[in-house]
Design a protein. Structure first.
Length: 147
């Protein structure tokens, strides 16, 4: 039964959140937090709606998961996010002590790795999960913005 809950399975749900952001005119990034194969938080970018530069999908999901767990640390949790976290989100993930981060598309300009950021030393990182789908959604969003 556990083989049903793959990284691809959960990334598809994060991608669904990203599509919801896309439909709202937000940069299409979706994120979910999973604990024991159960989704405990999900969100997407809300920076435009909330007029808040910190309302990234990851930040929203971290806050929601912490509230769900009634704890400030997200140990034994995994974040699935469609785009490599930025420096701000990497910092929040660092402090949350999340166990694992799985992301789809890399962000060579603003991703945490591009600017020398880091996650908690004990955080496992997996990248490139559904990378083509995640990248295609971002490209489509920005192509439509430029029209």
């Amino acid at each position: 039964m556990d083989t049903f809950f793959t990284d691809e399975y959960f990334m598809r749900i994060a991608l669904s959140e990203a599509k919801e952001a896309y439909d709202k005119g937000e940069i299409p990034v979706g994120a979910i937090v999973v604990a024991n194969n159960q989704i405990i938080a999900k969100s997407h970018n809300l920076t435009e709606l909330l007029h808040d530069v910190t309302a990234h999908a990851e930040i929203q999901a971290i806050s929601s998961a912490a509230n769900y767990l009634n704890a400030k640390y997200l140990k034994n949790c995994t974040l699935f996010v469609t785009l490599e976290p930025c420096q701000m989100c990497a910092g929040a993930l660092y402090w949350s002590q999340i166990t694992k981060v799985v992301y789809g598309a890399s962000d060579d300009k603003r991703g945490y790795k591009a600017i020398g950021g880091q996650l908690h030393p004990k955080t496992e990182v997996v990248y490139g999960v559904l990378e083509q789908e995640c990248t295609a959604l971002m490209k489509s969003f920005f192509e439509n913005k430029r029209k």
